[in-house]
Design a protein around this ligand. Structure first.
Ligand SMILES: Cc1ncc(COP(=O)(O)O)c(C=O)c1O
Length: 412
């Protein structure tokens, strides 16, 4: 018995190369970068080499006594890219742990300031934050709902964009609605708000600029820690290192994962602003707020992050990423004309679409299947689907991806 089943069909995978997957059934084009976590494709030699060399000379040593040579540089690079230069950084192994650490840090931030009653966590419906119990309890999926609310004391809000479920339009909450909820609950009880600026479920929906700016202002007004989950949207996937930077908004805490290690090693992180970090520091000494994980920031994981950030800088400086983003925008606009598509948006290299309601509630999943039969890997559920091509995908390949996507939509 397996506790996790393959989404479509179990088959043996042989190897991966560039943006292709070689498996029993043939060669597939991967248009979602693994699980949104392999931005430089599967053949990035510099990341492979730095991992291999580190494995050879420094496979593991706990962080209690020493730092690996790349540790300071990787950490400074990450904090700089997150625009939190004077803040703090915590390495963990998975995105779920980064979420749990972010919430724990927000709760502890208030406790250390003497606001012990600030314990509630505002989180969104139709969200995904991870598979551990704490991350699950702030997630807003419809499945496994019995697990929800078993971790943190949550207040659930609706997303700021219109969504449907089983053909029915659901509520939306603007920043003004969120303020009313804060006031009804009592700001003195609210520790933090957590959300994905680009919502994975329901087809990669961008939170509008005014919402992001509005939530930032609410957090400042009511001393609420703003936590953004940029595990998918970070590492420049939507054009800037953090998605919220595109709108001039900086969170207090950001959870990062997936692409920061190029997908070659399990590594995630939580970064905080100086405002949060300062509460954990007395006369230059850092006061730990939690235990750490055995493997967090081990030398191999730091090497994978360090080299990935260098590769990211190269891909950005060469103009390759910007050019592919332009191409994705152009191809997305060409699909918008398809009357079976109710909405399609390219947010950098994060592309989300909603299918016309007349195609039924399971059209997204069916689209994923149709594409898979045609050797294209995308992700689809309910009436939505999404793509997240690698930053190094050749533009011609991206054009073929959209061709297969459009033809598969027409087959629905
Ligand atoms: C938006 C978002 N947050 C958090 C997570 C959890 O990350 P991980 O699977 O590394 O624990 C995911 C994973 O898909 C995610 O998409």
């Amino acid at each position: 018995m397996y506790l996790y089943q393959s989404r479509l069909k179990d088959q043996i995978i042989h190897s991966v190369k560039d943006v292709s997957v070689h498996a029993e059934g043939g060669v597939y084009t991967d248009a979602i970068s693994g699980m949104f976590n392999v931005p430089f494709g599967y053949s990035c030699e510099s990341i492979k080499q730095s991992i291999a060399q580190t494995l050879d000379k420094l496979p593991f040593h706990p962080k209690d006594h020493f730092y690996s040579p790349e540790w300071f540089d990787a950490s400074a690079m990450l904090l700089k890219r997150a625009k939190m230069d004077d803040g703090a950084l915590l390495y963990v192994n998975s995105g779920s742990e980064a979420i749990e650490s972010s919430i724990a840090m927000a709760l502890e931030y208030h406790r250390r300031k003497g606001n012990v009653q600030k314990r509630k966590v505002i989180c969104r419906k139709h969200s995904y934050h991870g598979a551990t119990l704490g991350a699950h309890s702030v997630t807003g999926r419809n499945d496994f709902s019995e697990l929800r609310n078993s971790g943190y004391d949550t207040v659930r809000i609706h997303p700021p964009f219109p969504v449907t479920h089983d053909g029915k339009a659901l509520e939306t909450h603007s920043a003004a609605d969120v303020e009313n909820i804060i006031l009804q609950t009592g700001p003195e009880q609210i520790a933090c708000i957590i959300f994905e600026p680009v919502n994975h479920l329901k087809g990669m929906r961008q939170s509008p600029a005014e919402y992001l700016v509005g939530i930032r202002a609410l957090c400042d007004r009511y001393d609420i820690v703003m936590i953004t989950d940029e595990i998918v949207s970070g590492a420049s996937r939507t054009g800037e290192f953090l998605n919220t930077h595109r709108y001039g908004v900086s969170p207090d805490i950001v959870a990062l994962g997936k692409g920061i290690s190029g997908g070659y090693y399990p590594a995630s992180a939580m970064a905080t602003s100086a405002k949060i970090a300062s509460v954990f520091e007395t006369r230059g000494a850092w006061i730990p707020y939690s235990y750490s994980h055995t493997y967090a920031s081990n030398p191999v994981s730091i090497a994978s992050i360090h080299t990935s950030l260098q590769v990211l800088e190269q891909v950005e400086a060469s103009g390759q990423l910007q050019s592919l983003i332009g191409k994705a925008g152009e191809l997305t606009r060409s699909i918008a004309a398809n009357e079976r598509v109710a909405r399609i948006e390219a947010n950098g290299l994060l592309i989300g679409l909603t299918l016309d309601e007349r195609l039924g509630g399971g059209a997204g999943k069916k689209l994923e299947q149709l594409c898979f039969e045609r050797k294209l890997i995308i992700r689809g559920e309910e009436n939505w689907a999404c793509l997240a091509p690698a930053y190094v995908m050749p533009e011609g390949t991206l054009a073929e991806v959209f061709e297969v996507l459009n033809e598969s939509i027409n087959q629905l």
